[in-house]
Design a protein around this ligand. Structure first.
Ligand code: ATP
Ligand code: MG
Length: 609
């Protein structure tokens, strides 16, 4: 392809709104242009690399027996009402009405669509397992689209959904997906960190995220210095730094040595730090109590304190019953933070947030800063596991300027629920080996997930088993962001001059740069181009009437892995250079062609190994 015949409007300046390298380079190298916030158009060069990422994903999906289909992007609102997610998806989901006033959704993900499609076709266990996938447009009305296609509003996802008769079959596909994902990222030249991921809000039972390390990463990863434990902080557990009593009775017995609970005056003391200074102890002896509002709670709250009259969502008859809104008091050791994702998972809530001051006062009867689990009856108390080891603690006394001292878990209060909701941080100890944990920032490229029966149950999917009995299939889902993967490749493969493409995803393998596209130079250039194309190599020719400096700059910017400079003074030799190396070699034309073909093949083989 001749540059003069394609459309590669490279930029010298960095666009003002592009803050990360991949966004800057995708704009400067004319891979894409912005149409509106979070909405990008791929230009010819960008689309070539994009298609290669897509092909790698498709090949690896096909290789494990997943079957590609192409469902619509706009789907009926009806199926989202059946699953119960019409109410719980929130503002991120774009809803539209057609001229008849019917509800539609621009797919942000496609569990509902695939489940509905399979429901209509599934009869017998003989049809299972079944894995279907699409590589298709998604739309999420992100509040803050940023970093170019890393977090766009419209993007492309490969999403696969598998259906099974039992857990063993689901696990087999889940493991095969995990291996396919590792291969996909390797072939793209990416170093990924697979981490244990949050499974909570989606109600799953096993999940892994594929992360790339990134300074601008939205995720915090917790890793162990001594073993291969790696988890998203949203899910990360650590070795307990306390010993809990075996049971409430044991806790009560342990509290026998604790003096009776007493009220203490703490005038104008509100924060834990102020309280520590005032009482001359450290944060570890406080039970911190925070009030949270949880949205779309799927947990059964019929017997929870203060919840008897809670309103429920009116969803389809078989959708899980959810409470649009419920409040919880969360008690945790004073030196720790509540992990809101873990909490949401425990409560089976779509989202949790700190309650407003007004709600705190209404529910605890005290101003903010004086909540505590003792005598709290207006809402359910969720205690972090750390609290169960506290036999002589200080906590708020549900009244202004008052605290309790000598508070014992099990004696002075019993929480409604005990769970692990603490945020693990660097320096905590690994739950597997006791090693020291540390943190990294990461960006999620892919996610594999055992969903279980969540959608097949709510959407009434059934089949007949060997005995002719009606059964419900179990399900897995598996996603990769195509655009985010592409941008991440650039994050990992660039230098100060531009992109340095891995061969597998480069828009072209070789760029030919004739110093002046004329006479003998033109002839040689055309001959090399024709010969390389014959051998399956993708060639871009800079036939523009530009100064050599401009051509070299652009070649570096767009990052084609191999460059050949054809100049009159070197003929019949030409200059061959790898984009990732500094030195070039002068080779006879035929030798150069052979060399280029074998370099392309070698590089591809290395990535595909
Ligand atoms: P995030 O936490 O980054 O918002 P997510 O957990 O909501 O992502 P999933 O629902 O697991 O994302 O979607 C699967 C994949 O789709 C992600 O791993 C990511 O690669 C991609 N993806 C999700 N949202 C976006 C977006 N706004 N722009 C580009 N890619 C996205
Ligand atoms: Mg995810």
């Amino acid at each position: 392809m001749k540059i003069s015949e394609t459309f590669i409007p490279t930029l010298r300046e960095v666009p003002a709104d592009a803050v990360i390298v991949s966004h800057q380079l995708m704009m400067r190298a004319a891979m894409m242009r912005k149409l509106a916030n979070g909405l990008f158009a791929y230009l010819p060069l960008g689309l070539r690399s994009y298609r290669k990422v897509e092909s790698i994903i498709r090949e690896e999906m096909d290789a494990i027996g997943a079957l590609e289909i192409k469902p619509p992007v706009v789907v009926p609102g009806e199926i989202w009402k059946e699953s119960g997610r019409w109410e719980t998806m929130g503002e991120g989901m774009l809803r539209v009405k057609n001229r008849l006033g019917n509800d539609f959704v621009v797919s942000p993900t496609a569990e509902e669509a695939f489940t509905a499609l399979v429901r209509d076709e599934l009869n017998s266990y003989r049809q299972l397992p079944l894995t279907l996938y699409q590589i298709n447009t998604k739309y999420r009305d992100e509040i803050r689209p940023r970093y170019g296609v890393m977090r766009g509003r419209e993007f492309t996802m490969k999403d696969a959904y598998s259906f099974h008769t039992d857990d063993e079959s689901l696990d087999k596909t889940y493991q095969a997906m995990g291996r396919a994902y590792r291969r996909i990222f390797q072939r793209c030249g990416l170093t990924v960190i697979p981490v244990r991921a949050d499974t909570g809000a989606m109600g799953g039972t096993g999940s892994e995220e594929f992360m790339v390390e990134s300074e601008i990463g939205d995720n915090t990863l917790i890793l162990c210095k001594d073993c291969d434990y790696a988890a998203n902080v949203e899910k990360a557990a650590c070795k307990p730094d306390f010993t809990s009593p075996a049971s409430l009775d044991v806790a009560k017995a342990a509290a026998a040595a604790t003096p009776s609970i007493t009220k203490i005056e703490t005038p104008s003391v509100r924060t834990i730090e102020e309280l520590c200074a005032f009482l001359k102890t450290d944060a570890k002896s406080f039970i911190k109590t925070l009030v949270y509002k949880a949205l779309n709670v799927e947990l059964d709250l019929s017997s929870a304190p203060g919840c008897a009259k809670l309103e429920k969502h009116a969803s389809a008859p078989d959708a899980p019953k959810t409470y649009p809104e419920a409040f919880f008091a969360v008690a945790i050791r004073g030196d720790l933070d509540v992990n809101e994702t873990k909490l949401a998972a425990v409560l089976k809530a779509s989202e949790v947030m700190l309650a407003s001051d007004v709600d705190v006062e209404r529910l605890t009867g005290a101003p903010v800063g004086f909540a505590g689990p003792v005598g709290l009856t207006g809402l359910p108390v969720v205690a972090d596991e750390t609290v169960t080891a506290m036999a002589d603690a200080v906590t708020g006394a549900l009244a202004k300027d008052l605290h309790y001292a000598h508070v014992a878990y099990g004696r002075d209060f019993t929480p409604w629920l005990v769970a692990d909701v603490r945020t693990v941080k660097a320096g905590d100890r690994c739950a597997l080996c006791g090693g020291e944990l540390y943190e990294k920032k990461g960006n999620e490229l892919g996610h594999i997930f055992k969903l279980g029966y969540k959608y097949t149950k709510s959407m009434n999917v059934t089949y007949l088993d060997e005995a002719g009995k009606t059964q419900i299939p179990t399900m897995g889902c598996y996603g990769i962001g195509v655009d985010r993967t592409l941008a991440s490749i650039i994050e990992e493969h660039h230098d100060q001059d531009g992109i340095v493409w891995p061969m597998s995803v480069a828009p072209y393998h070789v760029i030919l740069v004739p110093i002046k596209y004329d006479g003998a130079v033109k002839e040689t250039t055309d001959r090399i181009e024709a010969e390389l194309i014959k051998q399956g190599v993708e060639v871009l020719v800079d036939d523009r009437d530009e100064r050599p400096g401009v051509k070299f700059k652009d070649a570096d910017l767009i990052g084609i892995p191999l460059r050949v400079v054809i100049g009159e003074k070197n003929l019949p030799k030409v200059e061959v250079k790898l984009r990732k190396e500094k030195d070039n070699r002068l080779l006879e034309v035929n030798e150069a062609i052979q060399d280029l073909v074998s370099l392309v093949r070698q590089e591809l083989a290395k990535l595909n190994a």
